[in-house]
Design a protein around this ligand. Structure first.
Ligand code: GLN
Length: 550
């Protein structure tokens, strides 16, 4: 029976040990997929131990992409995995941090909610942690909460204490999953379980007994090894799951299902549910691993290319576009500064599409502009996202509309032609955290535009994260020279999309379409962009026609 009342909600807490970067987010999301495909209403949450109230003020090079939700929350990139895996839109409630928890408690203290009492980590901070988990119980059968960081970190202690108490309070309606590493020592030719034993012991010192161990490994864990791990950790052997390296992250749910992880979790909860139908996941994995229609090479020219996590959703959305067209998308990440240092943009001749993603600050801007110029002049399919749109407008203003010195006000306060300027509502804002134009806004597409065809509907909603916009004073000058404003805000005041009708496929979007792309449903812009790339790859001369068929 599937329980429906929120006080029947089951809670799964996912922690990690031994080392960071084991893929807790993907593991949590994959378990989410299995439970969802069994008919349960699942949501996922990330509890981040850092003191920033949200990751919005963190460098993408330190923390990876900032994932923006429909309601405009700036969240951890794991929320992107969660959304893509369980195919649901999440919100601010699905991500909290130490900073947010403390801020809530301190605000209450200042209001006088605790008058006369000392405010402490236990119970006040841990109560707030538990509250932030419990609010997600409403309307869900299963809440999966992932604790960021690694067990043993000082900063995650309050979260571990909070989730320990949580299980104490709800009993068998909560269980703990711990992710560890089982390294292979090649000199000895052996897999080593000791780090896992130590990590579980560390976790047990906080009072948490895991029910499930997910063991990352490069080699198959045979039954004796699983039994050994189980024996040392008090975990049922059926709860010891191997997580071998896989070719695509979308394979992880299938691997977990093969080992009956979902059956084991349901049995711990005393629940039954129909077997999952993973036909579409199998199809996604087949298409990613062995597409039948060749490869499309995409150059992503941006700022934060040293860390692929900085553009996680862009990477995934391109892969989704490949799934749509049954092609392999090969992505090269190219730092735009390299072009400023002398790399000839003609290197783009080896690619079938150019994508310039979002970013902040001046570094590398001229390189992006030079790359976009090459794409425009050589009919290379181009997709510009946020900063990418802004650079495309600057490039066009300078090199086609003859507006010498055109720039964005973000980078050049003295420019004679600030074709990108600060949005009116941003003019008096001085604080940085959470103050951009954030989240979902509607836009109206222009009849007859390529974008209108690609989306297949006259109105769209897309997620935003920016302070600057196309300067309306220059709209007519740009339009006169052939730039089309393919979408605007509903009141017509903000340019949302641009395109070049004289180019096979050249589109810029002020919003971030990558955030809404799913493996089962590639975002139309990404599907169409990859389609245009496939046409270029096939050497045909009419990319526009094929792109439309995407
Ligand atoms: N820096 C630009 C702005 O704030 C672009 C932001 C982005 O690419 N997300 O408008």
């Amino acid at each position: 029976m599937i329980p429906t009342q929120s006080d029947q909600t089951r809670y799964i807490f996912v922690t990690g040990g031994v080392v960071s970067s084991l893929g807790k987010g993907i593991a949590a999301a994959s378990l989410g997929v299995l439970l969802k495909e069994r008919g349960l209403r699942v949501t996922l949450q990330k509890l981040d131990p850092y003191i920033n109230v949200d990751p919005g003020t963190l460098s993408p090079l330190q923390h990876g992409e900032v994932f923006v939700t429909e309601d405009g929350a700036e969240t951890d990139l794991d929320l992107g995995h969660y959304e893509r895996f369980i195919d649901a839109s999440l919100s601010q409630e699905n991500n909290t941090t130490t900073g947010r928890i403390y801020r809530t408690v301190i605000d209450s203290e200042r209001r006088g909610d605790y008058l006369g009492r000392t405010v402490q980590v236990i119970p006040h901070i841990t109560d707030e942690i538990k509250r932030s988990v419990r609010v997600l119980g409403e309307g869900h059968d299963v809440v999966i909460s992932e604790v960021g960081g690694t067990v043993g970190d000082i900063e995650s202690l309050p979260f571990l204490e909070g989730i320990r108490q949580f299980r104490q309070e709800v009993g068998s309606r909560a269980l703990h999953v711990h992710l560890t590493l089982v390294p292979y020592i090649s000199a000895a030719g052996e897999l080593k379980t000791k780090p896992t034993q130590h990590s579980v012991r560390e976790l047990m010192q906080t009072g948490i007994q895991p029910a499930v161990l997910i063991c990352r490994t490069e080699h198959h864990l045979d039954e004796p090894i699983k039994a050994k791990i189980a024996g040392f950790t008090n975990v049922d052997p059926a709860g010891v799951i191997e997580a071998l390296d896989v070719e695509t992250i979308y394979e992880v749910p299938l691997e977990f299902r093969r080992q009956r992880l979902d059956d084991f979790v349901l049995s711990c909860f005393g629940m039954t549910a129909p077997a999952p139908d993973l036909t579409h996941w199998t199809r996604i994995v087949e298409r990613v691993k062995s597409p039948s229609r060749g490869a499309v090479k995409i150059a992503v020219v941006g700022k934060y290319t040293e860390l692929v996590d900085a553009y996680k959703s862009v990477e995934q959305a391109l892969i989704h576009g490949g799934i749509t067209h049954d092609v392999r998308v090969e992505i090269d990440w190219i730092g735009s500064e390299r072009i400023e240092e002398g790399l000839d943009p003609a290197f783009l001749a080896d690619y079938h599409g150019l994508l310039v993603p979002g970013g902040f600050g001046e570094r590398g801007i001229e390189g992006m502009i030079a790359a976009i110029r090459w794409a425009r002049e050589n009919d290379l399919p181009f997709l510009g996202i946020c900063l990418g749109l802004q650079c495309a407008v600057i490039e066009f203003a300078r090199n086609v509309a003859g507006l010498e010195g055109a720039h964005s006000f973000e980078f050049d306060k003295e420019s004679p032609h600030p074709v990108i300027c600060l949005m009116d509502e941003q003019r008096n804002i001085t604080t940085k955290g959470g103050t951009m134009r954030l989240g979902s806004y509607e836009a109206r597409l222009t009849a007859g535009s390529l974008s209108r065809e690609v989306f297949g509907s006259p109105e769209i909603t897309e997620r935003h994260r920016h302070r600057y916009e196309v300067n309306n004073d220059y709209r007519s000058a740009l339009k006169e020279k052939g730039m089309a404003f393919a979408a605007t805000s509903l009141d017509g005041k903000l340019v949302e999309m641009i395109e070049l009708p004289n180019h096979p496929w050249f589109i810029g979007s002020q919003a971030h379409p990558e955030l809404k792309s799913r493996p089962t449903r590639a975002h139309p812009l990404f599907a169409s962009f990859v389609g245009a790339g496939a046409v270029r790859a096939a050497g045909l001369d009419s990319p526009k026609t094929a792109a439309m068929g995407a």
